[in-house]
Design a protein around this ligand. Structure first.
Ligand SMILES: Cc1ncc(C[n+]2csc(CCOP(=O)(O)OP(=O)(O)O)c2C)c(N)n1
Ligand SMILES: [Mg+2]
Length: 300
């Protein structure tokens, strides 16, 4: 852990969001390959969302991760932890070099987020379906105590098949939690799913929520629903601004972010098989070139 300035994230404080995301994707690929563990497609699909949140949206203090007024962030799709860590490291929660410990028994960076290990995590997750309910509790607690922070929860589209998501969705609207924001990473793929039957165009597995069903289900629970291109920073930031403006007439907000699983790498994009595969050395090298990372491991 030499040479790392906490808060600098190794690539300089002025790096733009696109560069941060490119570097974050590289850190994911490099770390999954070297640790021989972890998921990869989901972390890459959500990378632009995390970069936007952690560098422009969330009201946080990485040097004071227990600050009571901080915005809360819950990664309900906890299997994507390595992507969140790649952004938290850049934001200064811990040195980038610590990523090398990922998924070791003694690491703060567990394969799924463990809030008892790493300051800055607001929930321990990994069993899909639970994070939104935790967010409901935190958002309700904030309101009861008169605390001004907001609570953000990121879910996967496959995860939204879990019944507990919809119990929490109902509770959130009945409680009028306008301080609660969900973001769904709608990448159209999950781990398995039904074999392709009808769709000729979509990878090798059926997408979890075809068409606009997810939008209509959230709307029917009386949530405010925003649709964005989850790889376009302007769209993401505009939606986040609307989500946190507090003018939702007492409704929680969900951002449905259309993304591509494996985003950024030609050989991974939209491929179900890359949900949790370990890249070979050749694939790591190809990833480095495609992401524009120089031989020292930094964005060129
Ligand atoms: C309750 C539960 N069931 C199954 C799993 C195993 N699992 C891990 S990731 C995953 C697929 C999730 O798909 P999605 O929510 O769409 O995530 P993404 O596409 O972003 O990876 C599954 C089934 C789990 N972690 N928790
Ligand atoms: Mg998915």
């Amino acid at each position: 852990m030499t040479g790392v300035v906490v808060g600098d994230g190794e690539i300089g404080p002025d790096a733009d969001l696109a560069t941060r995301a490119r570097y974050g994707r590289w850190l994911v690929v490099r770390t999954v390959a070297s640790s021989g563990a972890g998921h990869i497609g989901g972390p890459l699909s959500a990378m632009d969302l995390w970069v936007a949140l952690y560098f422009r949206v969330l009201n946080i203090r990485p040097a004071d991760p227990a600050w009571p007024h901080r915005d809360r962030f819950i990664l309900s799709k906890g299997h994507s932890a390595i992507g969140l860590y790649a952004v938290m490291a850049q934001r200064g929660y811990f040195p980038v070099d610590e990523l090398a410990t990922f998924d070791r028994g003694d690491s703060r960076l567990q394969g799924h987020p463990d809030m008892t290990c790493l300051p800055g995590l607001d929930a321990s997750t990994g069993s899909l379906g639970q994070g939104l309910a935790v967010g409901v509790g935190i958002a309700l607690g904030a309101r009861l105590r008169g605390l001004p922070f907001r609570t953000w929860v990121m879910l996967g589209d496959g995860e939204c098949q879990e019944g507990m998501v919809w119990e929490a969705t109902l509770a959130a609207s009945r409680l009028g939690l306008e301080n609660l924001m969900a973001i769904v990473d709608v990448n159209g793929l999950q781990q398995y799913g039904l074999p392709k039957v009808l769709e000729a165009s979509r990878g090798d597995r059926r997408e979890p929520w075809p068409g606009d069903q997810l939008r209509r289900v959230f709307q029917s629970f009386d949530w405010r629903v925003l649709d964005v291109d989850g790889h376009d920073f302007d769209s993401i930031l505009a939606a986040c601004d609307i989500a946190r403006d507090g003018k939702s007439a007492g409704r929680p907000t969900v951002i449905l972010a259309r993304t591509i699983k494996g985003r950024g790498l030609s050989f991974m994009e939209g491929r179900h098989a890359w949900h949790a595969r370990i890249p070979t050395p050749d694939e790591v090298e190809q990833a480095r070139l495609e992401l524009g990372i120089d031989e020292s491991g930094r964005p060129a």
